[in-house]
Structures are given as structure tokens and as C-alpha cells.
Write a new protein. Structure first.
Lengths: 462, 86
């Protein structure tokens, strides 16, 4: 069943040879032995780790997800946001176990995530965004720093968040991680990267293409139905198998046949594995697409041993976060869905006994403007993110929270907030927990060297 | 069908005109699909596989004739050779 992949082996060896041995930067040397410790754990008998990226397409208005509750800070926030402001008394108060400059609360539609925060299973990272180097307001105004390409543009910023590369021949950072850890999984047929949301930059560009699966399971060719024992299906599959087995005179046809063969066989393998373990019993909201996708992720994690997987990166994308209009009604609905879907997923990992081995994190194109356009908000820059799982140093707010006043030192206009933590730092911290060595982290996130801290400290390495 | 497969295998290098399987059978639907979808550029091997597959469908029965066309078109649509041409 395993297709021969001579080109893959060659490329893998090339990547191995190309690994940067050391990077003499200040941030690299500042990487703690925590990363070494995490990597030393790779290969244990029950060793399994998964990263689950929940990508909020459109640009989540996280300034209404995590909101200051201290009187002065909330007054500033309310003055800026006006009709979009959430009343102080409606916010769900958070009591972080670390020191933060003000009191904060979660969106009122997130009571279950607040409970996870209180239980130390979830943390928030403040004001994360795309940066190439640390950027102050004066740097931005005087054009003294290099900036990510096309700030405030959906496609460009999605691609940058997912790849952390400015060039056109970009490779997603999940794909780069998978290239470096490709031998960790015994099953080399199934990609370390699995997408529930189709093609994405995050997981593409490397040796292994991501495997795409639907919320309902394997995406079969409707007209083939491998495994169907009805005569028409058996005959049609036999004919198609014969077509795929033919030698081709064209290189593209050869590769097409190989990929089709691989995909069909893998679909059969996955369906058997999923069927063997059954889905977790944890309830998910079947009317929510996000919840349905996360339910399938939990099912795949349940089948990890059958599938021979020790490291997996899942991509789950959900749209409608581009709230230019009707934000007052749309955003609470989105927060409600996020609350239920993430909580159900966390509970499923507890049921499976892997809540310390699965870390879920949010990402988005960008944050949104603090100012209202009259009916919603426009494209911003910095934004808050959530990380969830028992591997997270939970119940804390990490990073530097911005001032929410128009014209503050964090604002470049209309409440577009300059990030104080780069996506590189955010991603590197997750990658360190996942098992990359310091040198691999330096290779995977080359601009990390420009920032003071490579490890934001929100993951546990014990 | 089994015999036809053996013939196809024996004659796989034979040059066949459109609509004719490698064992000499005349299969109009192959002529049509190979002409429309692949500009006539269908290999003999591929033609043999499809001819074998649609042979059991009775060309004298209207419903079965539809199946012949559907099956031939589907396999061609999914084939590596067509993937290159499209």
C-alpha cells in the first residue's frame, strides 16, 4: 500500500543536510533548556503531542473578547469603542494568577472558556501580531522598521501569519515543523499536517502535503466509494485501479496517478481506523461547523495509535470574523460558538486522556480597529489570542496589553494597535512545546532573532 | 470480458484508431469520448481498460447504453491522462 516516494526521500535528506547548526543571535542563546527538555521527551512510549490551530478568518475583534474591567481602563475602552463597547458589568471577570496592569474580563458569551481559564486550562496572549522586528509608533511613522507585506490586507496577512515569510515561495510554519520532525511518526503515508478546512498556507509548501478531511470524515470520491461491495462499485473501482496502475508517458500523469492511489488507500485506512475507535462521547453542537470540525479532530486523535501518529498538527478554519457591519449582533454569536466548540473539544481531550498532550491555539488575519465605522470595525493589526490545554500554563494573561485610547503610543491611527508580541514568538513557544530543538526553532522562525524573548512562557515543559 | 482483457494485454502496443479497442472491438462511445475530451489522445492501454469495463453493458438496451456512456466518461474524467490534458 505504501507508494514509493523517491523524490520525498531525496528532499528529506536535503533538508536534514540543510539544518542550521547554530544561530548566534541573542534571542537564540536566550532559549532556555526548557526546549531541550521538551525535545528530549520526544520518542517516549506514550509520547504524543498535537497542535490544533483554530484560525478565525476575517480578523477577530479580540478587543471585545478580552476587555479591561478596571474602572479607568474600561472608561477609556468605552469612550473609544462607543456603541460597540461591552458594559463593564456584563464582562466575565478573570482573576489571572500572574501580575497584569489592570483587571480584565472575557466576552459575556464565553462563560465556559472563563471556567477553563479559572481552572488553569487556558491562557490569553495579549496583543499578538505580524512583525518582522520590534516596532514602536515612532519607528512606524518614520519608516525605520521593516514591516510585513501589505498590512491590513486579508490575504497577505493570512499568508504571513501562516508562513511568517514575505517571499512568494512561502512555506507554512506548520509545514516547516513537519519537515523537521517527519520521521517521528511511524506512519509515513499520513501527513503530520491534517486540515479540516481545505488548502491553507499554514501547512503547505514542504515535503508532505497536508491531508484534507471533512468534518464528517474521509472525503471520498462519491462515484467510487472504495470499500462498497456492490457490484457496480467493485467493477468501477477495479477499472479505475487499472487506470492508475498503467505506466504513464507524462511525468504529471505519473504523479497524478501516484497521488490518487495514495489518497484512495489512505482514505480506506483512515476510515477503518476511525471506525475501530469510534468518536469520543463528549457532546458537540452539531449545528456549529467549528464544533463539527473539532469533533472530527478529536476522533482523529482517538485513532492516533491505530494510525501510527506521535505528532500531529491540525488546521481548523472558520470564517465570518470580518465584522465591518452588524458587529453588535454578529460578534457575540461568533464568541458563543467559539466558547462552546473550544470547550467541547477540551472536554473531548480529557475524555481521551490527552488533555496534556493537545494544545489548541487561536490565530487570525489581524485585530480590528478600536474605532467603530458606525456598524462595525475595520482591519487592524495587533490582537489577543487564546491557548488551551493542560500543557498550557493556564489562568494567566501573557504579553503586554495595549492602551486602548485613540492617539496612544500603541495606535497608528483609528485604533490600529501595534503588536507588542510577534506571531514568531507565539509560534516558537508552541513549537518548542511540540518538540523542536532550539536550533530547529531558530531555523523555522528566522526573524525570531530580532526579538528579546523566544519563549513567551505560556507552555509547561514539565 | 476476461478474454478481452487478455487480448488487450497482448496487443497493448498496437496502434488503434479511435473507437476501436486494442482487441479490434469497435466501441463508438470510446470514439466519442476520446475525441471530445482528449482530442483523440487516449493511449491504447487506457482504451483497453475502459472497453473492458463497459463491455458487459448491452449496447442494444437504452438504459444500458446510457451506462456505457456514463462509465466511459467518468473513467476518462478521472484518469491520469485526462488530468494532464485538462
Amino acid at each position: 500500500m505504501k507508494a514509493s516516494k523517491p523524490s520525498m526521500i531525496d528532499r528529506r535528506n536535503f533538508i536534514r543536510r540543510s539544518v542550521i547548526a547554530a544561530v548566534g543571535s541573542s534571542s537564540f542563546s536566550a532559549l532556555t533548556t526548557q526546549f531541550n527538555l521538551a525535545h528530549a521527551q520526544v520518542g517516549g512510549a506514550d509520547d504524543y503531542r498535537a497542535l490544533v490551530c483554530v484560525f478565525l478568518y476575517g480578523g477577530n475583534d479580540a478587543f471585545n473578547m478580552l476587555v479591561p474591567r478596571s474602572l479607568g481602563e474600561h472608561t477609556t475602552y468605552a469612550d473609544t469603542r462607543r456603541s460597540l463597547a461591552i458594559a463593564r458589568e456584563d464582562l466575565l471577570p478573570l482573576n489571572p494568577t500572574n501580575s497584569v496592569p489592570a483587571d480584565y474580563g472575557l466576552h459575556p458569551q464565553m462563560p465556559d472558556l472563563k471556567n477553563l481559564f479559572d481552572d488553569g486550562k487556558l491562557s490569553l496572549i495579549g496583543n499578538v501580531g505580524t512583525l518582522i522586528e520590534p516596532t514602536l509608533q515612532s519607528d512606524y511613522v518614520n519608516q525605520r522598521v521593516e514591516l510585513p507585506p501589505q498590512l491590513f490586507s486579508h490575504n497577505d496577512q493570512q499568508n504571513f501569519v501562516m508562513s511568517l515569510q514575505s517571499n512568494r515561495n512561502r512555506q507554512g510554519w506548520a509545514s516547516r515543523i513537519a519537515d523537521l520532525m517527519i520521521d517521528t511518526n511511524t506512519n509515513q503515508n499520513l501527513s503530520m499536517n491534517i486540515t479540516l478546512s481545505g488548502s491553507n498556507t499554514f501547512q503547505t509548501g514542504g515535503v508532505q502535503a497536508p491531508y484534507a478531511i471533512g468534518a464528517g470524515g474521509v472525503n471520498d470520491y462519491w462515484s467510487l466509494q472504495p470499500g462498497n461491495t456492490e457490484e457496480w462499485s467493485v467493477r468501477r473501482n477495479a477499472a479505475y485501479d487499472a487506470l492508475l496502475a498503467q505506466s504513464q508517458s507524462h511525468l504529471f500523469a505519473t504523479e497524478f496517478a501516484r497521488t490518487q492511489r495514495w489518497s484512495i488507500d489512505l482514505g480506506v485506512e483512515l476510515r477503518l481506523a476511525l471506525s475501530a475507535v469510534g468518536a469520543p462521547q463528549t457532546a458537540f453542537d452539531g449545528s456549529s461547523r467549528l464544533a463539527s470540525m473539532l469533533r472530527m479532530v478529536s476522533h482523529l486523535i482517538a485513532a492516533r495509535q491505530q494510525l501510527g501518529m506521535k505528532r500531529q498538527i491540525f488546521f481548523v478554519g472558520i470564517g465570518d470574523y470580518d465584522t465591518h457591519g452588524d458587529q453588535i449582533n454578529r460578534h457575540p454569536t461568533l464568541m458563543n460558538e467559539l466558547n462552546h466548540a473550544l470547550t467541547s473539544f477540551y472536554n473531548a481531550t480529557v475524555e481521551l486522556g490527552v488533555s496534556d498532550k493537545v494544545t489548541t491555539f487561536t490565530a487570525s488575519d489581524f485585530g480590528r480597529t478600536l474605532t467603530s465605522n458606525g456598524d462595525g470595525t475595520d482591519h487592524g493589526w495587533g490582537s489577543h489570542q487564546m491557548v488551551m490545554g493542560d500543557g498550557v500554563d493556564g489562568g494567566k494573561i501573557f504579553g503586554t496589553m495595549p492602551e486602548l485610547a485613540i492617539g496612544s503610543n500603541d495606535d497608528i491611527g483609528e485604533g490600529r494597535i501595534i503588536p507588542t508580541t510577534s506571531v514568531d514568538q507565539y509560534a516558537a513557544t508552541l513549537a518548542g512545546w511540540y518538540g523542536l530543538t532550539p536550533s530547529q526553532i531558530a531555523e523555522t522562525f528566522p526573524t525570531l532573532a530580532k526579538f528579546n524573548t523566544a519563549d513567551l512562557g505560556f507552555m509547561r515543559f514539565d | 470480458m476476461t478474454g478481452a482483457s487478455a487480448d488487450v494485454s497482448r496487443n497493448k502496443n498496437a496502434a488503434c484508431p479511435l473507437g476501436v479497442a486494442t482487441d479490434g472491438r469497435f466501441v463508438p462511445v470510446l470514439m466519442l469520448t476520446a475525441s471530445i475530451m482528449m482530442a483523440g489522445g487516449m493511449s491504447d492501454d487506457m482504451r483497453g481498460v475502459i472497453a473492458d469495463h463497459i463491455e458487459p453493458f448491452d449496447p442494444n438496451d437504452e438504459q444500458q447504453r446510457l451506462y456505457r456512456v456514463a462509465e466511459a466518461t467518468y473513467l476518462m474524467w478521472m484518469s491520469p491522462e485526462f488530468a494532464v490534458q485538462r
